[in-house]
Write a protein that binds this ligand. Structure first.
Ligand code: PAF
Length: 272
């Protein structure tokens, strides 16, 4: 992969890169389609990265289907799939990690310690292997996108990061590989995430000044389904991820909620 990437760059070709953990959905495919528009060669990685899963996370049962992924990726314009094995990425005696310290602490960082360190480490490795000019990430993982941008800036990495909008299923559920875990009733219950975010935006637009009132209204919506368990609801500055005390500027409203055993994240960004 490294040799091919170096050769491609030598020819002056632009490499667009879509890092994924596979089990592709419309969100991933929208990134690939954008890459096809921007770049000469589109490379997608499929690697379920053990370093970003905690001991209680779903690493073992994370959905995988390489054959289907290859078919979907090809249709969306992907030229090459990079599919390394875990012992190639992390051979014995592997020692190095990359961590974006402060941005990795709040929101998902609180309930998934070490998760973002695993993400940034593997993303740096993938960037070094694939040598992209542009890399594509989804806004659904809003904190991940902010962290990656910070890392690229902090480490003077020579590539552009493009963050693409959330893709939603017809009812409003954000596309996610983990949606595959849902029964049909859980899938219906999961719509409370989007409903809660919509209510928050409505309240902000109606001039609600207090974040605690917004969070209370969101909690009521989510708690209206018995399968839900809130991990966090945050109203934060979209760049620093610090709590947005005054509802002003670019605000990220983000949440993580378990529906049954499946943890979902979703968010919306508003400018006030
Ligand atoms: O967003 C994901 O799917 C993963 O976190 C990523 C960026 C592919 C790293 O494993």
């Amino acid at each position: 992969m490294q040799k091919f990437a170096a050769q491609t760059k030598k020819c002056g070709k632009i490499i667009g890169f879509v890092p994924t953990m596979g089990y592709l959905h419309q969100g991933h495919l929208s990134l690939a389609r954008q890459a096809k528009k921007d770049a000469d060669i589109v490379i997608m990685s499929i690697f379920v990265n053990p370093a970003q899963f905690g001991p209680k996370d779903d690493f073992k049962k994370y959905p995988r289907n390489l054959k289907q992924d290859c078919r979907l990726a090809k249709k969306a314009g992907v030229d090459i799939i990079f599919y390394p094995a875990a012992n190639e990425m992390y051979p014995e005696n592997y020692q190095t990690c990359v961590e974006v310290v402060e941005l990795s602490k709040p929101l998902c960082g609180r309930s998934r310690p070490g998760h973002f360190k695993g993400v940034t480490t593997v993303v740096v490795k993938l960037f070094n292997i694939v040598k992209p000019d542009i890399a594509y990430f989804g806004q659904k993982d809003a904190q991940q996108a902010v962290i990656i941008k910070q890392m690229v800036s902090d480490l003077n990495m020579d590539l552009k990061i493009k963050v693409m909008p959330i893709i939603r299923e017809p009812g409003g559920l954000a596309a996610s590989s983990r949606n595959a875990y849902f029964s049909s009733s859980q899938r219906k219950d999961a719509l409370v995430l989007k409903k809660a975010l919509q209510e928050a935006v409505l309240m902000i637009k109606s001039d609600e000044k207090y974040e605690k009132n917004i969070i209370k209204a969101m909690k009521n919506i989510i708690n209206s389904v018995s399968s839900s368990m809130i991990d966090y609801i945050a109203i934060a500055d979209a760049k620093t991820l610090k709590p947005a005390k005054h509802l002003k500027g670019d605000i990220l409203i983000a949440l993580a909620v378990k529906i049954g055993k499946t943890r979902l994240i979703d968010n919306v960004q508003v400018h006030i």
